[in-house]
Design a protein around this ligand. Sequence first.
Ligand code: SAM
Length: 307
Amino acid sequence: KRARSPTADSASEHQPKKVHTEVAEHYNARPDVGVEKRKESTIFRLKSFNNWLKSVLIGRYARPRDRVLDVGVGKGGDLLKWSKARIQFFIGCDIASKSIEQARERYRTMRNVPFEAHFHAMDCYSEPISNVVSPEQVFDMVSMQFCLHYSFETETKARMMLHNVTSQLKPGGVFIGTIPDAYWIVKKLKSESDDKLQIGNSIYSIRFERRDTFEKFGAKYWFHLEDAIDDCPEYLVHFPTLQKLAEEYGLELVYNKKFHQVYEEASQELDFNQLLYRMNVISEEGHLSAEEWEAANVYLAFAFRKK
Ligand code: SAM
C-alpha cells in the first residue's frame, strides 16, 4: 500500500533557480510518448536493452525497504524498476522541470507502488541537494542513469554532483550509474582517419570539435541518438578522474563494466535472462540490430560503495 506523507506530491517545496541551459531545454522539449508509441521507435530494442541493463543494476544492488535518491531522474522511466525492487522511499531530482512534472504524474498514476516519492526540479550540479531534501534524510542508494556525464563540464560541477551523491548516503550505501565510456569513444575516434571528428552509425553519432587533446573536464562532444537525443552537448568522463574524485568523497569503486560485458554475464542468470524476453529486448520477431548493438556499447555501468 502506498504510504503518502502530506508533502508527497508537493511540487512547491523548492523553487529552482531559473536555469535555461541547453541540456535542460533539450530534455524539456522531448515529449513523453507513452508505451505504445515507444514500440514504434526505430531503436525500440536498444531502448529496451538500456532499460533491461538498468534493471540488472538495480536488481543487483537495491535491497527491499531501501531509501533511494535518483539524480537526473528524467521522466521517471525507472519508477517501475524501483517498485519491483520493493524500495521504501524515493526522491527524484532533475534540471528539466517538465520532465519532473511528467515523473510526478507517472508516479501518481502507478498502481500498488510500495514507496513514497517526492520530485524536485533543481540543477544537481550547481546547487546542494540540501536545498530540497532535509539534511537529516539518509539514503541507502543513489542512482544516476545516463546523466552523470553532464556534470563533467567543469570540475566545480563534478564536485557538486559528488557532494550531492555522498552527503546524505549512509556508510556502506551504494551509488550506481551509467555513462558513456570515454576510453572507448576516444579509441574509436583515433582509429578513424586523421581528419575525422565523428564516430557512429545510422543510429548514433558522437561529434567532436577537435581531437588533439581531451581535457579532464569540459571535453565537449555532440551526441545524437536516433529518436532519442538530437545533437545534445555532452562531456567525456575520464574514468580515472571520476574514480579519484569519488575517493575524495569517500566512495570506493566496486563495479565497472561495459554494457556488452554486463549482458554477457547477466544473461547467464535465469532471472535476468527471462527479463530479456519480458522487457522485449528479445522476442520471436528478433533482437537488437548490429548497429543498435554497437550503440549499446558506447556505455558502461558502475557502482561505488561509501566507506
Ligand atoms: N535517468 C533518466 C533515465 O535513465 O531515463 C534520464 C536520463 S536523460 C538521458 C539525462 C537526464 O539528465 C535528463 O533528464 C536531464 O535533464 C538530466 N540532467 C542533465 N543535467 C542535469 C543537472 N545539472 N541537474 C539535474 N539533472 C540534469
